[in-house]
Ligand binder design. Structure first.
Ligand code: ADP
Ligand code: MG
Length: 559
């Protein structure tokens, strides 16, 4: 038997598509605007090879018009338009993309600004519309055609009138039902915000009529209502602009406009990568800790754009947890999108971008530390804790990346120091990096154990954060200097050896020690004489890996 072709039940297929591909209804507008932009882009490419066509940028735009009375929403463009045949092929065949074909035919001319590729986006209109009407006149044609469909039942095409080349998509918006609201897609403010959200960086102007008021001519204070055309999108994305032309203020404005935060960023990072993977990114280090930052509610992630169209609000794969405070966006032409363009196939490109970004953030933080100490300290006060968690988590996998970014308060001047600075100014005879854990610097200063160390002129790092000691245990040593808690048994301070309590001293007090041990049975394992104490009569110390502070934290977690 001859090979048979698969037949698809196209009605069912369309229904499935309409209802299951997209998670958010509002993206229908993104899809229709992207198509309009593609259609204008095609004009532009045609003009490149055809001298007859003049591409005057001002003549090309997309217009969105809502008509509440008739419940219609119209998206019109001044693009290439479609012939009767094209209407049939591109809108009548599911998963057929005229734009993909155009890109392939024009490969040499670099058609990669064109957004379409799957041939399904158009049908998303049926998520919000009962009827979709397309009126189109193709470039170089005298006739216009009207394509119309109510969804699953198929479509009709008839000749019609249209003066100018281009396409008009008219959606008859569904009525509200008990469960579903559609009226919002006729509201000016709602449409504007959807356009801003997904299509802000479409290269051509997206216009809407806005009702405004202006004084009636010749009168003092009487106002009349006027309708003015307004361009909604910003068009040229800041990340495509030349860094040299941008000021700190431009970046700050972008940060505020995008509502990345209500503070001012401490630093922006503008990346235009042109290597193994091509992408642009603008990242920000915020100034303040978001109120929910150290809670489960906080969601990390960067905005992800493909060719200037928003694909994802918060792409978490782009940021490691230890840099979860970073805000911003990434735009790339190289992404493999899935069919809904809501998600990505987890692919090499994304992994490469993420890695690239991680290293960039690290090096930028390092230069902030080097060149703008005050700002770095401010940053560290806001997000340093997250870096320390980063050192500790994943079995210390990231400690090499992060250890140079850490800071601790030190007994010298009570200022923040990095590990590098600490080690650099260690006296020659100092063997270890000393630290002491406690609730606050004042409390640590009162620890009897600190005296012998500070008397030697050694610096002590204050560990006042729960995570500090756990993180340091992961690092173990820095520049070949081991970390040592001031309450550990062996401090490596030379006097120690000669100063060991004599046997006589131990024996003389044996009974007293035994009696004390008896009273403190479940509190201590041993009581012994020590030469470590200077002005204090007694101190607690620990043996083995865990310090007393760590034990406290672990006990606290267990309870
Ligand atoms: P895609 O954009 O992924 O190709 P769509 O389903 O969104 O898929 O659109 C299908 C095709 O219909 C497009 O590839 C394009 O050829 C054509 N098309 C859609 N909208 C327009 C438009 N406004 N002007 C010209 N052609 C369009
Ligand atoms: Mg499309």
């Amino acid at each position: 038997m001859a090979k048979q072709e698969f037949k698809a039940e196209s009605k069912r297929l369309l229904e499935m598509m309409i209802n299951s591909i997209y998670t958010q209804r509002e993206i229908f507008l993104r899809e229709l605007i992207s198509n309009a932009s593609d259609a204008i882009d095609k004009m532009y490419y045609k003009a490149l090879v055809d001298e007859e066509i003049v591409f005057n940028k001002e003549d090309y735009f997309i217009k969105v018009t809502a008509d509440k009375a008739n419940r219609t929403l119209t998206i019109s463009d001044t693009g290439m338009g479609m012939t009767q045949e094209e209407l049939e092929n591109n809108l009548g065949v599911i998963a057929k993309s005229g734009s993909l074909a155009f890109k392939k035919d024009n490969e040499a001319k670099d058609g990669h600004n064109i957004i379409g590729q799957f041939g399904v986006g158009f049908y998303s209109a049926f998520m919000v519309a009962d009827v979709v009407t397309v009126i189109s006149k193709a470039l170089g044609s005298d006739e216009a055609f009207k394509w119309e469909s109510e969804g699953a039942d198929g479509y009709t095409i008839v000749p019609c009138e249209k003066d100018t080349v281009g396409t008009e998509i008219i959606l008859t918006i569904k009525e509200n039902t008990e469960d579903d609201q559609y009226d919002e897609y006729l509201e000016e403010y709602r449409l504007k915000s959807i356009i801003k959200k997904y299509s802000d960086f479409i290269k051509f102007p997206i216009k809407m009529d806005a009702k405004g008021q202006r004084p009636i001519e010749g009168s003092e204070d009487e106002l009349e209502e006027v309708i003015e055309e307004e361009t909604i999108n910003s068009m040229v994305p800041i990340w495509r602009k030349n860094k040299n032309e941008l000021t700190v203020e431009d970046y700050d404005n972008f940060y505020a406009e995008k509502r990345y935060g209500f503070d001012k960023p401490i630093k922006h990072i503008h990346i235009s990568a042109d290597g193994a993977v091509v992408y642009n990114a603008i990242l920000f280090i915020p100034e303040n800790t978001p109120f929910d930052y150290y809670t489960k509610e906080y969601e990390k992630g960067l905005e992800l754009y493909s060719n200037g169209v928003l694909i994802m609000d918060k792409c978490s794969d782009l940021l490691p947890d230890f840099f979860s405070f970073v805000k911003g966006m990434v735009d790339s032409e190289d992404l493999s999108l899935n069919i809904s363009r809501e998600m990505l196939q987890h692919d090499r490109q994304l992994t490469l971008i993420a890695k690239n970004i991680k290293n960039k953030i690290k090096s930028q933080l390092q230069s902030l530390l080097k060149d703008e100490r005050e700002k770095y300290e401010q940053f560290f006060n806001s997000f340093g804790r997250q870096l320390k968690f980063g050192v500790y988590n994943e079995y210390g996998m990231n400690k090499d990346l992060l250890q140079d970014l850490l800071m601790f308060h030190s007994s010298k001047e009570k200022k923040l120091v990095t590990l590098d600075e600490y080690v650099a100014r260690m006296p020659e005879d100092q063997k270890y990096i000393y630290y002491a854990s406690g609730d606050s610097m004042e409390r640590i200063d009162r620890l009897p154990q600190t005296e012998i160390v500070t008397d030697k002129g050694y610096e002590i790092l204050y560990f006042t954060d729960d995570i500090d000691e756990f993180a340091i245990k992961m690092i173990m040593s820095y520049k070949e200097k081991e970390f040592r808690s001031v309450s550990s048994g062996d401090l490596g301070i030379e006097a120690d050896e000669n100063d060991k309590p004599t046997e006589a001293e131990e024996n003389d007090n044996k009974e007293l020690f035994e009696a004390m041990k008896g009273v403190l049975t479940d509190k201590v394992t041993n009581v012994k004489a020590s030469k470590r104490l200077k002005s204090h009569p007694v101190c607690l110390s620990s043996e083995g890996e865990l310090t007393i502070e760590m034990e406290k934290i672990l006990m606290g977690m267990a309870n």
